[in-house]
Design a protein around this ligand. Structure first.
Ligand SMILES: Nc1nc2c(ncn2[C@@H]2O[C@H](COP(=O)(O)OP(=O)(O)OP(=O)(O)O)[C@@H](O)[C@H]2O)c(=O)[nH]1
Ligand SMILES: [Mg+2]
Length: 708
């Protein structure tokens, strides 16, 4: 069955872990007869959390596409994970959704997860409704949750409903839009409609007036009508609310108990009546700066927002039809690689169950299998159309860990598996670090990496052990030093001879020329790992022929690449070669290279060498009550606090922290704050390593040299 653009609603369920997204999705499916049995989390039987790992953990890890028919609409539902380890899954799905449904837990109100995910709702300007779930919890506090939402998200937050009897006995909702009470039978489902009791009339009326006013505000005609008549007809109200919701000028609040199946039908009804269809959203931006409206009479363009691999099937590709219609059997051209792809079969999905359809119209979301050469973030068009939908930007990785290399054969299997995961998960990166000689994994959080480990071990049958990643230190000097060295070798036939005298000093921008020396040439090497080597040729009187200067510089670079202290890269050093000796027969490039490597090393060691370590800018968002714990933990990590900011309910801490102290920070932070904090990190600079640490790192390196 196919649906016209006007009858499609694409919604995304969002919210802090455990707020009830998957349960609400299940309830919506059940109410819309998309499933005959309502599954739940404790039985591991929901349609959305269908993978073993999700069922084992009781959390969503992947975003899942579902669909349900409600009245004349087809509602595509994307259920997302709450943990921000899986932010990639969330972001790619927000891109294709037309309304977000942000769940709040009536017991906990606005949580850190709500805050973080809101950033993306805001960025994509997605129309949003709030749903206060868990109204049946004994500690449910709808009013406080609403107040927190208003404090955080402003006066656009307008309640459309409230629970009449929140807590364990919850079964009644007052609906201020329809001015009616929904009373649910035991076990939930279809409610009985009842008049609002007199005792609630005043509150309900005030709410109703507020939402009517908000609906009228965006349209002059409606505003006039409202002032004249003091109210709006249902049709006018619908029109006003549609405009306000689509423009993010109103953030309606609903309430429910997903677990008891009380309230989900009304939410779907609202989405059907008021939620924007894809063509009521702003046109999508294209890479060339133009835009594309959702119009099924146009030529076809589809955008890939997610891919995954299923053992029996191979590649599974999720897409949204942004314009035109896509029919099974259509050939489209990939705008990135110009390859042609046949969509042999197209499906709609309910979790792992896929049903083949003949056609999907503009705005609809579907699935296909066996595309040959198409990845996420790519656009495919009808032949002759050249459109590239602006790709989704993903956040940089926040944590890193190294992999203990297994046997060579196993390692090949492991890398293949990791590369495949990387191809599906834009927030995960595998790096073969040649300098550190380690395979390093970069991700969003420990939980994400643990899940990757689980997948690799269970699906690919390779064991993977995480170890602490090495740190990419740098070496430099802090003083001036002077030394010389003669390399001389006489063995039978031709010998080797080269003698080099040089000074070394810390290089900095704008430093004066060397005292007492006359540079004949200056070479500035921009080092691939950052920083510089400035090489001055100050030979007078021809004690070393200029033709050897390259070999001498090369000898120095060898040591710069593998520094004298710990084998790390050296940086920001100025070298002046000012004297030396040649032999008319025995001098050659090799002899001068060896001499310069040697003299550079010994001069370096006399120049008060300093190890530098990478420092990261850390930004933590946490709730006020765990701030003390976060701060005292930071104190154990050599952190330098840069600032603290309070954003009403939340605290933002900025600090500079050495990377060496951030290993497994995401798990520690989660455990000391019970999940009520999030962080991001970005490389800031290299700073000197404290004296004691430098000493132990040097002796560690010297030991490995002796062992080798
Ligand atoms: N009492 C009650 N429990 C609920 C309600 N909604 C969800 N739950 C329970 O809360 C737990 C978490 O629900 P989920 O649906 O998995 O929450 P989620 O938002 O999908 O969580 P993540 O996928 O981890 O982000 C489960 O044990 C549910 O049974 C509700 O309205 N009332
Ligand atoms: Mg879930």
């Amino acid at each position: 069955m196919s649906f016209d653009t006007k009858n499609i609603r694409n919604i995304i369920l969002l919210g802090h872990p455990g707020c009830g997204k998957t349960t609400l999705a299940e309830t919506m499916l059940f109410e819309g007869k998309g499933t005959s049995r309502r599954g739940n989390i404790s039985d591991k039987s929901t349609t959305s959390d269908y993978t073993n790992i999700e069922q084992e953990r009781g959390n969503s890890i992947f975003s899942t596409l579902l669909n349900v028919k409600w009245k004349n609409s087809k509602i595509n539902i994307i259920d997302t994970p709450g943990y921000d380890d899986f932010v990639g899954e969330i972001i790619s799905s927000i891109k294709v959704a037309d309304t977000s449904v942000m769940l709040l837990n009536a017991k906990d109100g606005v949580e850190v997860g709500t805050e973080l995910i809101w950033e993306y709702v805001d960025k994509f300007k997605t129309p949003n409704i709030f749903v206060v779930n868990h109204c049946d919890n004994e500690k449910a506090d709808y009013d406080s949750t609403l107040e927190q939402a208003i404090n955080r998200f402003g006066n656009k937050v307008i309640p459309f409903q409230y629970p009449l009897n929140q807590g364990i006995g919850f079964n009644t909702i007052v609906d201020a839009l329809r001015m009616i009470v929904y009373h649910f039978p035991d076990g939930g489902g279809k409610p009985e409609k009842q008049p609002i009791p007199e005792s609630e009339m005043e509150r309900a009326k005030a709410m109703h007036n507020a939402l009517v006013e908000a609906a009228a505000e965006n349209d002059e005609g409606l505003m006039e009508k409202y002032f004249e008549a003091g109210t709006l007809t249902e049709e006018e109200l619908t029109k006003g609310l549609k405009i306000a919701l689509a423009n993010q000028d109103i953030l309606p609040v609903f309430c429910c108990s997903a677990e008891r199946n009380m309230g989900s039908g009304r939410i779907m009804g609202f989405l059907n009546d008021i939620g924007p269809s894809p063509d009521e959203r702003a046109p999508v931006e294209l890479e060339d700066g133009s835009t594309l409206a959702s119009d099924s009479s146009d030529r076809t363009s589809v955008f890939i927002f997610k891919t995954l691999t299923e053992p029996q099937v191979g590649k599974v590709t999720y897409f949204k039809v942004y314009s035109g219609s896509l029919k099974a059997g259509d050939d489209l051209v990939n705008a990135t690689n110009q390859g042609s792809e046949r969509f042999n079969q197209i499906f709609v999905a309910n979790g792992k169950t896929r049903s083949a359809v003949d056609v999907l119209h503009a705005g609809d979301i579907g699935v296909t299998v066996k595309l040959k050469n198409t990845n996420f973030n790519e656009t495919l068009n009808s032949k002759g159309v050249d459109r590239k939908i602006k790709p989704i930007e993903f956040p940089n990785p926040r944590i890193r860990t190294a992999v203990n290399p297994p046997s060579k054969a196993e390692m090949e299997k492991l890398i293949k598996a990791l590369n495949q995961i990387q191809a599906e998960d834009p927030t995960f990166k595998v790096e073969q670090n040649a300098t550190l000689k380690q395979t390093i994994l970069h991700g969003q959080g420990q939980l994400q990496l643990d899940i990757i480990k689980y997948r690799v071990e269970k699906v690919n049958n390779v064991s993977m052990e995480f170890i602490k990643p090495k740190i990419s230190y740098r070496e430099t000097i802090t003083k001036h030093a002077k030394d010389h060295y003669r390399h001389k070798k006489q063995s039978g036939g031709s010998g080797q001879f080269g003698e080099v005298h040089l000074t070394i000093e810390p290089w900095f921008e704008g430093m004066p020329p060397p005292e007492g020396l006359k540079p004949r040439s200056e070479e500035v090497e921009e080092l691939p790992w950052g920083g510089k080597l400035v090489f001055l040729w100050c030979i007078i009187g021809g004690s070393i022929d200029a033709k050897f200067s390259n070999a001498i510089k090369k000898g120095i670079m060898t040591k710069m690449e593998e520094g004298p202290l710990t084998g790390s890269h050296c940086q920001n050093i100025r070298v002046c070669v000012y004297d030396g000796k040649m032999h008319p027969v025995d001098s050659n490039d090799m002899a001068f290279m060896l001499a310069s490597t040697h003299v550079f090393k010994s001069a370096f060691n006399q120049a008060a060498p300093q190890l530098l370590e990478p420092i990261y800018d850390l930004e933590i968002l946490c709730s006020g009550d765990v701030m003390g714990d976060v701060m005292s933990d930071l104190q154990t990590r050599r952190a330098i606090i840069q600032g603290m900011d309070s954003d009403g309910h939340y605290q933002k801490i900025k600090a500079k922290v050495p990377l060496a102290e951030l290993y497994q920070y995401s798990s520690t932070l989660r455990s000391i704050t019970q999940g009520r904090a999030k962080f991001s990190q970005d490389f800031a600079e290299f700073n000197p390593v404290p004296h004691d640490l430098q000493k132990s790192l040097i002796s560690e390196y010297q030991n490995t040299l002796q062992e080798a």
